[in-house]
Write a protein that binds this ligand. Structure first.
Ligand SMILES: Cc1cc2nc3c(=O)[nH]c(=O)nc-3n(C[C@H](O)[C@H](O)[C@H](O)COP(=O)(O)OP(=O)(O)OC[C@H]3O[C@@H](n4cnc5c(N)ncnc54)[C@H](O)[C@@H]3O)c2cc1C
Length: 462
């Protein structure tokens, strides 16, 4: 049986572990040069910061995952630096590109997609200036390049990653000029009992990061609204303007800003494989349909980890193993009932925690919906929020309510290099508000191959 696993983060590693244990030799494809995924991303060779400095509390988990990954590689058809840029369910084919030069079509009988997540951004006036990055990119700079995004950094957004990255920067010696959380303190406080009740250690770690930052008197504001990121004459940025919870405008000087409002699944391959999507009102994300085991409505396609709906790294490990067990059972292997029970129990507990976390840091849809007309919404194609609203008005006047794919045809939003991966959540909010419909009704941008930009030459040669 030809089984493929896409992704070598926590979900992919644990999926492959179960497949190898059952005697299979899966094809294991990973876009990055090595495994570990986002959270346990391995630094390049020669990097001197150790596990403890890079992964903090998660150092032992990172080491355990890296050890398993290394032990598994020889038992698989391991293909790092290989992007899966398209997938077909009939005939079952994966389209791959190795190191940007070698294309290949691979047949599969079953595939587990463990493609992870990416950060979710709400455009703020000035967000396209050099010096503004996503929170995740700010973290990658620390983890993989050993540098900070600036000398005086402001972190803006909401969610656990906001506080974690601010903590990591301050701990590494960078000057954190402010942490600006758009979620009011009262919202988080109200969610705290539910978070604590799940017994997940993540809550305690989060509380520690916040306490650590407060103890060092790093300026923190909650319930804020961003106004604009201001440019410096030298070409970078000089300050961020924002409104505090009382509505008073404030200015914080800085030379870099990390922004992010939670995560969204990287689910384009699931989309191209024909898996239907639902709008999850709690996560405020479109998520591919799958059951608690990772089975999808498409035969032979299984999903695990953040690519199937945001759950975090610990949940991704459980989900990866669970999807592999489901695949093995469907292929006629005898299920390991005790392991299944253990995994299912863990997954349920993490799902409760995640739901509470989403309530603690809700996606501020209204912030996206009311961004000023002149704000660049799609930075690849330089489309403003005003152009999006104009398209919505034109469409509403002529026929049935628009949705984002129509708006794409009208404005080119989402047609650029990122294929809408960055702008689509905010674009849907702007459109929904302009049309007076729900975010779910505004729809989602359909995935298109290639899922990420690829050079045309190898394809042309093929
Ligand atoms: C930028 C960022 C930073 C994060 N930082 C933290 C953190 O510090 N702490 C924390 O607890 N959580 C963090 N998270 C969340 C955490 O990374 C995830 O919960 C966890 O890694 C999910 O594991 P996963 O296996 O589902 O996906 P990932 O760990 O993201 O792994 C996905 C893997 O799939 C590969 N891949 C994706 N698409 C393709 C494709 N088309 N072809 C081939 N390979 C592909 C990627 O290269 C990657 O190796 C972060 C998330 C992001 C996006």
């Amino acid at each position: 049986m030809k089984v493929a696993v896409v992704g070598a983060g926590p979900a992919g590693v644990r999926a492959v572990e179960q497949l190898v244990r059952a005697g299979l030799t899966p094809i294991w494809l990973n876009e990055a040069p090595d495994g570990g995924g986002r959270i346990y991303q391995r630094p390049p060779a020669g990097f001197r910061r150790g596990h403890r400095a890079l992964y903090g509390f998660e150092a032992w988990r990172a080491r355990a995952l890296h050890d398993t990954l290394d032990a598994l590689k020889p038992h698989t058809d391991w293909r790092p630096e290989t992007l899966v840029w398209n997938i077909r369910p009939r005939p079952r084919l994966l389209y791959t590109l190795h190191r940007g030069t070698q294309v290949e079509e691979l047949g599969y009988d079953a595939v587990i997609l463990c493609t992870g997540a990416m950060e979710r951004v709400i455009p703020v006036p000035g967000w396209t200036r050099p010096g503004v990055t996503g929170l995740g990119a700010a973290q990658v700079a620390l983890k993989a390049q050993g540098c900070a995004i600036g000398w005086r950094v402001v972190f803006l957004g909401t969610g656990p990653l906001l506080w974690l990255v601010a903590y990591q920067y301050a701990k590494a010696g960078a000057q954190v000029a402010a942490v600006l959380d758009t979620t009011p303190f009262a919202t988080k406080l109200a969610a705290a009992p539910r978070l604590a009740a799940t017994g997940c250690m993540t809550f305690a770690k989060g509380a520690y990061y916040v306490g650590w930052l407060r103890a060092r008197r790093i300026p923190i504001a909650e319930g804020v609204e961003p106004v604009a990121i201001e440019g410096a004459e030298t070409g970078g940025i000089s300050a961020i303007r924002w409104r505090d919870a009382g509505g008073a405008e404030q200015v914080t000087d800085c030379d870099a800003v990390g922004i992010g409002w939670g995560l969204k699944p990287e689910a384009q391959l699931a989309d191209l494989a024909g898996v239907p999507f639902d709008f999850d009102p709690v996560q405020h994300n479109w998520v591919p349909q799958r059951d608690a085991t990772g089975r999808t409505p498409v035969a032979g396609v299984y999903l695990a980890g953040d690519g199937a709906g945001i759950g975090g790294a610990d949940m991704a490990e459980l989900a990866g193993a669970r999807a592999a067990l489901a695949l093995l059972e469907d292929a006629g292997h005898r299920p390991d009932a005790a392991l299944q029970v253990h995994l299912d129990r863990g997954l349920r507990r993490h799902a409760r925690f995640r739901a509470a976390l989403e309530r603690a840091f809700p996606f501020p849809a209204q912030l996206a919906a009311r961004m000023p007309d002149e704000t660049i919404l799609c930075r690849c194609e330089a489309i403003t929020a005003g152009e999006m609203r104009a398209a919505a008005r034109a469409e509403a006047a002529t026929g049935p309510a628009a949705e984002v794919n129509r708006a794409k045809a009208f404005t080119r939003i989402g047609m650029g290099r990122c294929q809408g991966r960055v702008c689509s959540p905010a674009a849907a909010e702007v459109l929904a508000a302009a049309l007076g419909c729900s975010t779910a009704e505004a729809g989602r941008l359909r995935g298109q191959p290639p899922v990420k930009p690829i050079p045309i030459l190898p394809l042309a040669a093929e």
